[in-house]
Design a protein around this ligand. Structure first.
Ligand code: ADP
Ligand code: MG
Length: 701
């Protein structure tokens, strides 16, 4: 029989085609099940009716009872908005509508009492309600419903204007549960429920929408989070096993001249122990006969590129080609240059391919890839274009900084009949809980040691008023032969404004650091590639003292003599970006500095970010803080993964539960990998259902 929860929501009483369309568009609600899984984000005590005189602008919701009068359309020819007064025995408060005006105009009678429900805001020094939910007061209904706590659902302007504000949604939910509550099924085995003291699924769903008591809300939420996270972990772990078991990989069982030569004659320094360990982990993976999907984590400057290169050489020793994909042209170019330099006189054919590679230069690259003579290709997303075909691609390195979409990466998989081994490098370490979900199906290698001789970067925060001191400090450092970065924020929405910002800054800089004593380079995203190269080169070669730049230098750029990073308007950067930028210095043996400049007005969050930066150099600590401050949705690249569309769980807050459900999932699968035992039948069914709904990208690293 067809499951009632699969019924399209349009068939629920009170939802016509128009509302169904809106629910889909605004909240992605299509079926009964989707509606059922749309949870309140807070609760209000419905039995409590506030007085107008009690309204404050805490974020709280208010329920008022009173009369509506003085409905007044504002605007001459075209009505712009409508105001009205809402009055009870304690006072009067303003109401405002900007949309749905023709309806609002005639919606209320002055002699009737209404229940108003909404969140107050402040306008011209007094409180008002913008687009409140209003319904006629019905003394009968109040007596019938014993419900005290009412869920508040998030809604949108568009929904509100169509009778689907929080209250409207709540009404639908009531109808849905009246009709379908008896069909709510269990998804977890009894034994698990009792062991972890969970409440049954049905109880949880009924109570999360219409709680019988205050106390049960928490239990309902816990049960539903547990379920959501457990199924996520089961999925991820099964996928991981699937990858390991089923997908054959190229076998790289030889270590030959390429690696040996490099190791003996070209390696510029001793490897750190962490690098050695990680290279070995990757090597073992690549000869196992299974396709490798591995995440290489290591803080900025920990030496990931070298690790990637040495494993590439192993691929060459086994007769395969490699490619390395980087998120920006500058970074790709830099990888190309530094790898070429490290390889020195070794006989390896290597090429760079980016968006700005000329057609004439592409031709031989394409040809040599096909005949196999080109061994290492480095580039940007230009690498994934259809026209780029390899003779025998064996190893793919993605230096990703979370910037590549999963679908993009998938295309690399298809560049050989047996998929190549894949190594994803991330420079910003991601919190463990995030890694567990986002990359949970990958094996992980961690470089947890910095190359020797590095001094910890000193980070300082200066207010704008102390600029003179900073200028003095920069001069001092330049006198000692050091080079300086000065970075201006770049916000996508307003490239023009940023450029102005940068240009103004540049003018100040050449005033403070005049020629011929000081040489200054500039770099920004709108420059032609050859100009960028030129400026970058001058700086790399030490011909300029100061590099003034937007965040285009954020990732990977490596100039070891640069020892001071000045970040202007530092409060406008996110934490991981600040950490990335800071990582541009501290690469040589000199003491390095990161100076965060900020205006005098800081938001609480902006201040917090700067404090964290001053306090720690540890990328993991910073990424944890980032997750706490911003929530996972904002961390670069997590959105496109689709993995984080949680219905109720929260990656930032539910770290413990994530770890716990991971262990539970591991335990269950260790005993019954396919969930074929009788006691796991419910879970298996639910998992199939979830998998059917979601296009799960997990099988692609
Ligand atoms: P990231 O992990 O940020 O990509 P890189 O690979 O760019 O770091 O390495 C940072 C710098 O450290 C480079 O200049 C690189 O040559 C150098 N480096 C890498 N490994 C070592 C090592 N074992 N000893 C000394 N320097 C190293
Ligand atoms: Mg790097």
């Amino acid at each position: 029989m067809r499951n009632i929860f699969e019924t399209p929501v349009v068939y629920l009483k009170g939802v016509g085609p128009r509302k169904a369309e809106l629910l889909k568009k605004e909240l992605n609600i299509v079926s009964f099940d989707d509606l059922l899984n749309c949870f309140p984000f807070r609760y209000v005590d419905k039995s409590k009716i506030y007085k107008v005189s009690e309204v404050t602008t805490d974020t709280t919701w208010f329920q008022l009872k009173g009369k509506i009068s003085k409905l007044k359309p504002v605007g001459d020819k075209r009505m712009k908005y409508i105001t009205a007064s809402f009055t009870d025995e304690s006072g009067t408060i303003g109401l405002v509508w900007f949309r749905g005006l023709s309806w609002i105009k005639n919606a209320f009678a002055t002699n009737k009492e209404y229940i108003l429900f909404g969140k107050p805001s402040i306008f011209k020094n007094s409180f008002n309600f913008v687009h409140p939910e209003i319904e006629e007061f019905d003394p009968m209904q109040e007596n019938v419903s014993g419900q005290r706590l009412e869920g508040v659902y998030s809604s949108t302007e568009n929904l509100k204007n169509n009778g689907l504000g929080s209250r409207g949604i709540s009404k639908l939910m009531r109808r849905l549960l009246n009709q379908a509550a008896d069909s709510i099924y269990e998804t977890l085995p009894d034994q698990l429920i009792s062991h972890f003291k969970l409440i049954p699924r049905k109880t949880a769903l009924l109570n999360i929408h219409f709680p019988e008591t205050t106390g049960i809300i928490e239990k309902a939420i816990h049960r539903l989070k547990f379920e959501e996270l457990l199924f996520l972990q089961l999925q991820i772990l099964q996928q991981k096993t699937f990858l390991q078991d089923r997908i054959p990989g190229q076998v790289f069982d030889k270590v030959g001249n390429y690696l040996n030569d490099f190791y003996a004659k070209h390696l510029p320094f001793e490897l750190t122990n962490a690098q050695k360990r990680v290279i070995k982990e990757i090597r073992l993976d690549m000869k196992s006969g299974k396709q490798m999907n591995r995440l290489l984590q290591g803080d900025v400057g920990s030496g990931k590129t070298l690790v990637a290169l040495m494993n590439m050489l192993i691929a060459l020793d086994n007769g395969f080609q490699c490619c390395l994909m980087a998120p920006t042209e500058i970074l790709a170019t830099q990888h190309f240059n530094s790898i070429k330099k490290m390889l020195g006189k070794m006989d390896v054919r290597i090429a760079l391919l980016t968006g700005s590679t000329k057609k004439a230069a592409r031709k031989p690259i394409h040809a040599e890839l096909l005949d196999g003579s080109l061994q290492i290709l480095i580039g940007t997303h230009a690498l994934i274009e259809e026209t780029v075909r390899f003779k025998n691609l064996g190893f793919v390195v993605i230096d990703e900084q979370h910037r590549f979409g999963v679908a993009q990466r998938a295309k690399l998989w298809k560049k050989n009949t047996t998929p190549p081994h894949v190594l994803v490098m991330t420079a910003t370490p991601i919190p463990r809980t995030l890694a567990m979900t986002l990359y949970g199906n990958l094996d992980v290698s961690i470089i947890d040691e910095m190359p020797p001789g590095r001094k910890a970067i000193k980070t300082l925060h200066f207010w704008e008023t102390k600029r003179l001191r900073v200028i003095g400090f920069i001069r001092e450092q330049i006198k000692q032969g050091r080079q300086i970065y000065i970075v201006y924020p770049l916000i996508k929405e307003s490239e023009k404004l940023d450029l102005k910002n940068l240009n103004d800054g540049f003018e100040n800089i050449i005033r403070d650091f005049p020629l011929p004593e000081y040489q200054v380079s500039v770099l920004h995203g709108r420059m032609k590639p050859e100009d960028k190269d030129f400026e970058m080169k001058r700086f790399v070669e030490g011909k300029t003292d100061i590099m003034v730049s937007t965040t285009v230098i954020e990732v990977g750029v490596d100039v070891s003599n640069a020892s001071v990073m000045i970040i202007e308007n530092a409060e406008r950067f996110g934490l991981s970006q600040l950490h990335q930028l800071r990582g541009r210095v501290g690469r040589g043996a000199e003491q390095s500095y990161c100076i965060l400049m900020s205006g005098n007005k800081l938001s609480a969050e902006g201040r917090k970010r700067l404090e964290i930066m001053v306090k720690t150099n540890d990328g993991f600590e910073i990424s944890e803080a980032d997750l706490q401050l911003r929530g996972p949705g904002d961390i670069q690249g997590t959105k496109q993964s689709g993995l984080l569309d949680f219905k109720i769980a929260n990656l930032a807050k539910d770290g413990e539960l994530i770890a716990k459900t991971r262990r539970v999932a591991e335990h269950i699968l260790s005993k019954d990998p396919k969930l074929s035992a009788v006691e796991n039948k419910l879970m298996k069914q639910q998992l199939l259902k979830i998998q059917k709904e979601k296009t799960y990208f997990g099988r692609i690293s």
